[in-house]
Unconditional design. Structure first.
Length: 83
């Protein structure tokens, strides 16, 4: 299946979680970025979801968890940030 030249709002919104998690191909990343640059509504949704993800990341740092669970969570977050 070929990639469209531009993403619609639905296309971009459908890819937003994977975009935030850095789980898209380079082509998909560029298509989402281009859409976010020209669409203030989708850019707002991206900012909101990104802020929520960061809030969750910060909050879990302050929750008392079993050490093995905390290290697994931190490793998964590190891996997703390095993608």
């Amino acid at each position: 299946m070929s990639q469209p030249e531009k993403y619609t709002c639905k296309d971009a919104f459908d890819k937003l979680d994977d975009f935030l998690d850095r789980e898209l191909s380079e082509t998909e990343i560029e298509l989402v970025k281009e859409h976010l640059e020209r669409c203030k509504d989708c850019a707002g949704a991206y900012k909101f979801e990104g802020d929520m993800l960061e809030c969750v990341r910060q909050k879990i740092k302050h929750i008392a968890l079993p050490e093995d669970l905390l290290s697994k969570i931190n490793a998964a977050l590190d891996e997703s940030e390095n993608r």
